[in-house]
Design a protein around this ligand. Structure first.
Ligand SMILES: [Zn+2]
Length: 83
């Protein structure tokens, strides 16, 4: 299972993105800004985990390495299907 990380630094729209550290993502944060989320079967699991841990933060999947759990801003309120 891949390991996921959360970027402490938000994107310009205020979202904190989750990355799959097994993929060579162009958006990977500097190691000092990465929070280890542990291994998850897929990006949905990582997003659910991170949202439970930081309920006040806007957390989204990276649009490059974690497309399956990247919600467009227009569909932000859509519920993620459980993994
Ligand atoms: Zn990424």
């Amino acid at each position: 299972m891949p390991a996921y990380i959360l970027n402490k630094h938000p994107q310009r729209n205020g979202e904190h993105w989750i990355h799959n550290s097994d993929k060579d993502c162009v958006n990977l944060p500097h190691p000092g800004n990465a929070i280890d989320l542990g291994v998850h079967p897929n990006g949905y699991g990582a997003v659910v985990h991170a949202r439970a841990r930081w309920p006040m933060a806007r957390i989204n999947g990276c649009s490059f390495c974690s497309k399956e759990c990247h919600a467009a801003e227009t569909s932000w309120d859509l519920e993620y299907r459980p993994c």
